[in-house]
Design a binder for this molecule. Structure first.
Ligand code: ABF
Length: 276
């Protein structure tokens, strides 16, 4: 029988891929131009392929600009990126302490898997979500850098699952709890194709990918639904986050929300793809 699959020609596929790369690069350069200031001293560097362009954009500013800055990674991949670029590397727990408090990062840049209308994010496709969240909340300003494919009216529409980092011992019980919360088929993520077994995070934990119906925003709930944070089996983002974090064994979740205006998203649009 003839095949009706709408497959793209190799040439169309490679031009679509290069459009995406241009958009990632445009988003990264724009984010660094707008949000990295010469007076900044501590800068968070996230994970994923878009962040590679963030580091390129920082390097392009020259050593007199980035030389006085110290960069804090979100895991082994970004540690390698910072090192390879010749930037000053430190760690979250090595920042100076002033008046009994670790100094905040001035700004942190990181990628995302999906971004909704209120700038809530799904992160964790690369299994670095725990340290990504620690770096994000340690920063005065958190900048998500993402290309146009990540934009979505509601979370769990394009990226269908929420990555959840769990203590391996607790995984069977967490799976059961997630199902009871309305996640139809949560699954333990497996490792890289070359490695058998589960995906093990930089923290020695496992990841569960939990599908949920599209997540609601506060404006989607009527006043009578605000109490339980749900409408027709769909969760509002912040309520689901709260409930997930109560489950014993879950150490962190890939829902990033409630940055209270402290968050900006730089989405590389097709029209900006020519930007350096
Ligand atoms: C990290 O890398 C993750 O939180 C997210 O899963 C992923 C995004 O990667 P990319 O920029 O390659 O799409 O930021």
């Amino acid at each position: 029988a003839p095949s009706h699959s709408p497959s793209l020609s190799p040439r169309a596929m490679s031009s679509a891929a290069s459009l995406v790369e241009s958009a990632k690069k445009a988003a990264a350069f724009q984010a660094v131009d707008e949000h990295l200031l010469p007076e900044h001293r501590f800068v968070g560097i996230g994970s994923g392929s878009t962040v590679v362009y963030v580091v390129d954009a920082i390097v392009a500013k020259g050593p007199e600009f980035y030389g006085p800055m110290t960069f804090i990674p979100t895991g082994s991949q970004s540690k390698g990126l910072i090192r390879a670029a010749g930037l000053n590397l430190s760690n979250l727990d090595e920042r100076p302490v002033v008046d009994g408090k670790s100094v905040p990062l001035d700004v942190a840049f990181d990628g995302a898997d999906e971004v909704d209308e209120d700038l809530n994010l799904i992160k964790g496709g690369g299994a670095c979500l725990f340290q990504e969240k620690l770096v994000a909340i340690a920063a005065k300003k958190f900048i998500a850098v993402a290309d146009y494919r990540k934009q979505s009216p509601r979370l769990c529409t394009k990226w269908l699952t929420i990555p959840i980092e769990v203590l391996p011992l607790s995984a069977p019980d967490v799976l059961t709890r997630l199902q009871a919360m309305g996640s139809p088929k949560p699954a333990i993520r497996s490792g890289l194709p070359s490695k058998a077994g589960e995906c093990v995070t930089d923290n020695g934990m496992w990841i569960i990918d939990a599908p949920f119906p599209p997540l609601l925003l506060p404006k989607d709930l009527s006043p009578s639904e605000e109490g339980d944070g749900k409408n027709a089996g769909k969760w509002e983002v912040s309520r689901l986050a709260q409930e997930l974090l109560k489950v014993p064994g879950i150490v962190e979740i890939g829902l990033f929300h409630g940055f209270n205006g402290n968050q900006a998203v730089s989405l590389g649009q097709v029209g900006q793809a020519q930007k350096p």
